[in-house]
Design a protein around this ligand. Structure first.
Ligand SMILES: *[C@@H]1O[C@H](CO)[C@@H](O)[C@H](O)[C@H]1NC(C)=O
Ligand SMILES: *[C@@H]1O[C@H](CO)[C@@H](O)[C@H](O)[C@H]1NC(C)=O
Ligand SMILES: *[C@@H]1O[C@H](CO)[C@@H](O)[C@H](O)[C@H]1NC(C)=O
Ligand SMILES: *[C@@H]1O[C@H](CO)[C@@H](O)[C@H](O)[C@H]1NC(C)=O
Ligand SMILES: *[C@@H]1O[C@H](CO)[C@@H](O)[C@H](O)[C@H]1NC(C)=O
Ligand SMILES: *[C@@H]1O[C@H](CO)[C@@H](O)[C@H](O)[C@H]1NC(C)=O
Ligand SMILES: *[C@@H]1O[C@H](CO)[C@@H](O)[C@H](O)[C@H]1NC(C)=O
Length: 494
């Protein structure tokens, strides 16, 4: 509790000028460190014991942040001014750092002001150095979270309340808080179904997909540019839906894209769409054959729908039905946001794709239909008979689109509307028609328009697929390199 002793030395209002100002400034910095350090500990303790009491014990705004477990992946590496743009729900530490930064700026400003009036030997570098040492101290605190310092006691000293209630400081802090709140959201999570079928070429394509965009975080992320912590976190971001469903994952909660290859189960007499199933007629079947090594590999991440193989009508709605069934069986409908349907000739640029996912409407978003919208003209207009049968103003191009959970449930529920009446011989138009059979307004989310930013479709040959993937890796490398170069605390830039 040496920090607390420091605090008691702060002169409350005596204006003994220069010397006291310095003491004050550094005490504030020290105090900030103490707060930060203890808050970090608290957030770790909360993880363990979920202690509401600590949060409720003080009503200061600094405490109003949700104390969520802190993943230390990104924030230690971020230059503070830029850090806020990638703020996420669990980045309590980052929010704390931002507050420290805000207060350091205030401190610097008042120091400058004092300097003007009192010819103090003010030096910007000392502030920067101090802030850097605070950050390194924070890192130390994070790595040794065993101490039990009394958070409450420290905050409730008269000195601490007077510093914390400083109007200008509070203003800056609350501005940051607002910004932080705006940015805070649960990370987006999605099921991702890749439509494929049983053939040699498709099998090769599945392997290529597994080796490229599905394994980006495990195998392709440049480990010299990314910390072990970040790698250890992100390697869980993509998982096989089967592994998730069957409880084969060590950290299921870390998975953000649960993918599955989706095939017909080789049932030529089956229906082309199956929305109504039961014990004697299940929605999916076990892998049909396991003769070769590749078949066994497929079995791990492939869903075999109990339908007759087809690419035109019924497979996608059955996939959505399947995904909803998994979510409902496990009680997960609130933990996941979207269900994607993708073709096997769709190449995803994983890091950009996650950045895109982070920007999608969150959790409570309902009736979201996302992808590349095609309107009547985009459909082919008057020259294309089926366009006249579009139920809504648009549909999403079939290469890759997604639905919010509620909407996926709606279109794959046999009782909600007459599916046969609005079906067309085109998969994507049919899904569009199903979506617009909803009586309420649909929320369209367009993909970024520049081609190739988050994905390219179609990529027919494996050569093209590999080329584009390598190009993406180079671009991501450049991005990471320049980001790394910019890492320093730059207080003057705010
Ligand atoms: C703390 O506050 C929250 C929200 O105001 C409340 O739901 C909770 O019961 C409180 N916990 C305690 C221990 O007072
Ligand atoms: C607080 O900050 C806002 C926005 O920067 C500013 O307009 C306002 O005057 C500030 N209020 C006080 C009390 O400093
Ligand atoms: C990883 O990044 C380093 C530093 O920019 C670079 O030298 C190296 O070639 C990269 N490795 C790969 C596999 O891209
Ligand atoms: C954030 O914290 C919650 C609550 O403990 C946890 O369930 C969730 O998985 C965490 N999210 C991430 C991305 O770590
Ligand atoms: C089970 O589902 C199938 C396919 O929808 C249907 O044909 C069959 O009548 C159902 N059986 C029972 C007992 O409900
Ligand atoms: C659904 O639509 C089809 C085609 O328009 C029609 O033949 C069928 O009778 C309809 N079913 C119901 C239950 O209305
Ligand atoms: C800090 O940022 C400002 C404005 O962005 C820039 O002019 C300055 O050179 C930066 N300082 C350092 C040390 O990079």
């Amino acid at each position: 509790m040496t920090e607390q002793q420091e605090l008691t030395k702060i002169p409350s209002s005596g204006r003994t000028r220069s010397f006291t100002s310095f003491i004050k400034v550094y005490s504030i910095i020290f105090f900030l460190f103490a707060i930060t350090a203890i808050q970090l500990k608290t957030s770790f303790q909360l993880t363990a014991q979920n202690n509401d009491d600590i949060i409720n014990s003080s009503n200061h705004r600094i405490l109003q942040m949700e104390s969520t477990p802190t993943s230390m992946t990104i924030k230690n590496k971020m230059p503070l001014p830029d850090a806020i743009s990638s703020f996420s729900e669990n980045d309590t530490t980052l929010a704390t750092l931002l507050q420290v930064k805000a207060k350091l700026i205030m401190t610097k400003n008042s120091l400058e002001k004092e300097g003007e009036t009192n010819q103090l030997n003010y030096d910007d570098t000392s502030i920067r150095e101090t802030s850097e040492s605070i950050i390194s101290l924070i890192k130390d605190v994070v790595s040794t979270t065993t101490g039990k310092t009394s958070y409450k006691d420290l905050l409730l000293t008269p000195e601490s309340s007077s510093i914390l209630s400083d109007t200008a400081t509070s203003n800056v802090t609350s501005t940051y808080q607002k910004e932080v709140k705006k940015k805070r959201k649960r990370v987006t999570r999605a099921f991702f179904g890749i439509m494929t079928y049983d053939s040699k070429d498709e099998q090769k394509r599945r392997d290529l997909i597994r080796k490229t965009f599905l394994s980006y975080f495990v195998d392709h992320m440049n480990r010299t540019l990314v910390s072990d912590e970040e790698h250890n976190e992100k390697k869980h971001w993509i998982c096989s839906l089967n592994d998730l469903d069957l409880g084969r994952l060590e950290y299921p909660e870390k998975c953000r894209i649960a993918y599955a290859f989706v095939m017909g189960a080789g049932n030529p007499d089956g229906p082309s769409m199956l929305l109504n199933f039961n014990e004697s007629y299940p929605l999916s079947l076990p892998p049909p054959k396991m003769e070769t090594k590749s078949h066994r590999k497929d079995a791990l991440d492939t869903v075999y729908l109990n339908i007759k193989e087809n690419g035109k009508f019924g497979k996608s709605p059955t996939w959505f039905r399947y995904a909803i069934d998994v979510l409902e069986r496990h009680g997960w409908t609130k933990d996941w946001d979207y269900i994607f349907k993708s073709d096997a000739d769709n190449l995803i640029y994983t890091p950009n794709f996650f950045r895109y996912m982070d920007k999608l409407p969150q959790k409570r978003a309902v009736r979201v239909f996302g992808g590349r919208p095609l309107n009547y003209e985009g459909c082919g207009g008057d020259s294309h008979d089926h366009c006249k049968q579009m139920v809504g103003p648009v549909f999403m191009a079939g290469g890759c689109y997604f639905l919010s959970i509620d909407l996926a449930k709606f279109i794959s529920d046999e009782t909600t509307f007459n599916h046969t009446a609005v079906k067309l011989p085109h998969e994507d138009m049919t899904t569009g028609n199903f979506v617009y059979s909803h009586p309420k307004k649909i929320r369209i989310v367009k993909e970024p328009r520049f081609k190739g930013v988050i994905r390219t479709h179609p990529v027919k040959t494996d050569r093209k697929f590999n080329q584009r993937w390598s190009k993406m890796l180079r671009e991501e490398n450049d991005r990471l390199t320049s980001w790394k170069a910019s890492q320093h605390v730059n207080l003057t830039s705010s």
